[in-house]
Design a protein around this ligand. Structure first.
Ligand code: PMP
Length: 421
């Protein structure tokens, strides 16, 4: 028995799927301590959109540490925080005409969500929040209450209340889920208390890669506006370019009232989160929502450096090109296996193969691991084999990984594929 199985809690999970002790990592590759290299189509569950140890970010971090820059400072003003805020304004907010204020909650995605939920309740004076089927918003109690997965919800150990789940885009087949939502909010007889907010992911990263159409998101924003309900977009996983644009909701032409970001916002895998709020919603009293690790300066330094990568527009274009390659090759694999119900889901550089039999999605991820590729499953029954490489991956590495995906599909589904390149 090694120290992990002896000492680390049974709650551990990824290390069970990938029984390797990892040591070094660079770009799109991770290395085990025995020297085995793995292509990373997991990308820290979205925390490593720019890959591992990106040289531009690493140089900024090393320089900061070398000059004894302040590491920990709660929410005191620091040079590193000023630089991050200025760059975030210049690169993200101003070009998009967004007038958000920036709150630094604790450093994880669920902290950003908890802050958003509390603020929406405080601003409106209402308790109820609407979420969507198969949503995932985090493991703390407020976030769990707006999360769909029954296994995760069961872990709460207390009733999860003050929320109702509504059907996500496409959940009801051809029936109009927005029409249903509109009636549940607007009808005094619906039994649903008038909500403070609706919280939504543009693509459900953990819930199975269902993607809301731009039209659906625009319709959702209109319903929220009509009923005086705040719209919260949880961009923790889809933000920072995962689906192409820096903010995943940009293409739908909507301006959410509140936006949650974390995972890749530091760009380097360092913990950091933001809750963006429309300026008029900033009704917090000083210190009303706090936390020891709000604003970790090394994360501000790498987060500011990461924004440099967005300035000339080439990153966004390259994501679109690589997403097309991924979609084309996955569609070919799916097309050969319609008998097994294989379909492609997702958008940008988060796409996956959906299986009728969830065991096949798990088997595919295992087969990929045996061939040197890390990828995980997603969905309520883990029925989706999910591909999420760094958005900075080069075309050759992307093709190398997709070759392994193809071989893994071949191994699990038992058909010789002709090569989808
Ligand atoms: N929201 C979304 C959309 C997520 O994907 C996640 C994490 N998978 C979270 C919130 C929670 O983030 P964290 O694990 O950092 O608390």
């Amino acid at each position: 028995m090694d120290v992990f199985t002896d000492l680390e809690s049974e709650v551990r999970s990824y290390c069970r799927s990938w029984p390797t002790v990892f040591d070094q990592a660079k770009g799109s590759r991770l290395h085990g301590e025995d020297g085995t290299a793995y292509l990373d189509f997991f990308a820290g569950a979205g925390a490593l959109n720019y890959g591992h140890n990106h040289p531009h970010l690493k140089a900024a971090l090393l320089e900061y540490i070398e000059r004894d820059g302040v590491v920990h400072s709660l929410d005191m003003s620091t040079v590193a925080k000023r630089r991050f805020l200025e760059r975030f304004d210049e690169v993200v907010l101003t070009p998009r005409g967004l007038d958000y204020k920036v709150q630094f909650p604790g450093p994880t995605g669920t902290n950003a969500v908890e802050a958003a939920l509390k603020l929406a309740r405080k601003v409106t004076g209402r308790e109820h929040v609407l979420s969507f089927t198969n949503a995932f918003h985090g493991m703390t109690l407020g976030s769990l209450a707006v999360t769909g997965n029954s296994m995760k919800r069961g872990g709460a150990g207390v009733p999860l209340g003050h929320t109702s789940a509504m059907p996500y885009c496409g959940y009801m087949g051809d029936a109009d889920s927005l029409d249903f939502l509109d009636r549940m909010i607007g009808d005094d007889g619906s039994g649903v208390d008038h909500p403070a907010a609706v919280i939504v992911e543009t693509t459900q990263g953990e819930g199975g890669l269902q993607t809301a159409s731009d039209l659906w998101l625009a319709g959702l924003a209109a319903i929220c506006a009509e009923h005086g309900v705040l719209l919260i977009v949880d961009d923790v996983q889809m933000g920072c370019g995962r689906t192409g644009p820096f903010l995943s909701f940009e293409r739908a032409g909507i301006t959410p009232d509140i936006v949650c970001m974390s995972k890749s916002i530091s760009g380097y895998g360092l913990p950091m989160a933001l809750t963006l709020l429309r300026r008029e919603l900033d009704v917090w009293d000083p210190g009303e929502h706090n936390g020891t690790f709000r604003g970790h300066n090394p994360a501000f330094v790498t987060g500011a450096a990461a924004l440099d990568l967005w300035e000339d527009g080439t990153l966004e274009l390259s994501i679109a090109a690589k997403a097309q390659t991924m979609s084309r090759r996955l569609s070919t694999i799916a097309g050969l296996h319609t008998d097994a119900g294989v379909q492609v889901r997702g958008r940008g550089l988060i796409q996956g193969l959906v299986f009728d039999d969830p065991d096949q999605a798990g088997a595919m991820c295992r087969a990929a691991y045996e061939r040197g590729l890390l990828m995980e499953t997603s969905g309520p029954s883990s029925e989706v084999a999910k591909l999420m490489p760094p958005i900075t991956i080069d075309e050759a590495e992307l093709d190398e990984g997709l070759d392994i995906v193809e071989q893994a599909a071949e191994a699990v589904l038992g058909t010789a594929l002709t090569g989808t390149r």
